[in-house]
Design a protein around this ligand. Sequence first.
Ligand code: SF4
Length: 345
Amino acid sequence: MSDNGKQRLPIEHRGAQLEDRFGRVARKLRISVTDRCNFRCNFCMPSNPVWLPKSEILTYEEIARVTEILAGMGVTKVRLSGGEPLMRRDIDKLVSMLRQIPEITTIAMTTNGFHLPEMAERLKGAGLDSVTVSLHSLKPERFDGIVGRQGVFKRVIEGLRIAQKVGLNPVKVNVVVVRGCNDDEILEFAKLARKTNLTVRFVEYMPFDGRKFWQPELLVSGDEILRAIESVYPLVPLAREQGSTAQVYRFADGVGGNIGVITSMSSPFCKDCDRIRITADGKIVPCMFSRDEYDVKVLLRSGASDEEIAAFIRQAFWNKFAGVETLLREQKVISHVRPMYKLGG
Ligand code: SF4
């Protein structure tokens, strides 16, 4: 046991898959490729964001190197996010670099969809598999109000259509449900899933907002969302994939796409969490509800070997926090950790 209470990695774990002290294994890497965004969503961005200096942002080569090292330790799925990943120039180049890593089976992206109309085909061509678009209202003016930009709703909807057209699959929609803001649209979003083959996922509001609006009273739980939908459209739960964040349902009458709920606050899924994150400026973040972060950029830029970087990441992941589930069980106060645009979800 080292002096800061963190545990030394047992010898038998070196060289094996990436595992934490609770026996959870990392399979999914979430990469925030930039902290910048062209939107100002009120439950994410502070009013006046201060961007990271460009020199602090990992290059595509550095991102690809870390991904390759993690792939060597069992990571197979990558999700690109931000800020807004499509704000990063030539992001399709990074997609094709990651596509070269044989162990990586899936490359997905979470985006606000604004640049998808012109980028979807290039991304698909570079090897992107699927895309999730954040769409927090189906009312154009309300949408503009939430994202802090005028007249952008149509482009995001067009982005969704083009993403489906070019064959990205699945194409999902994420909607963060906030009481008194958009919880009156739950049925409309269910209708969207029925009309299209989109998977619409309702995300519980989490305390990762730059303006610190988050209060427990604003949370609409997954159960509440499902009850609202089931009052009109009966649902059938689908088997939950190991490590999945969403519990997914199909409509009992077989119409349309699926519905998902991501219940980090009311029914967390930490027991089999298989995620590890890296921020745009090269911090390894094992758990998004913990302040623990480990700077791998220093190693990348000081000539460290892949073995040294792998050992560093292993030690960091070994000490992954148990998760929000523990905070809720111990009735600990859930406080703001860092704004979502600094982590990318
Ligand atoms: S709170 Fe942490 S451990 Fe729990 S699911 Fe989220 S990232 Fe994983």
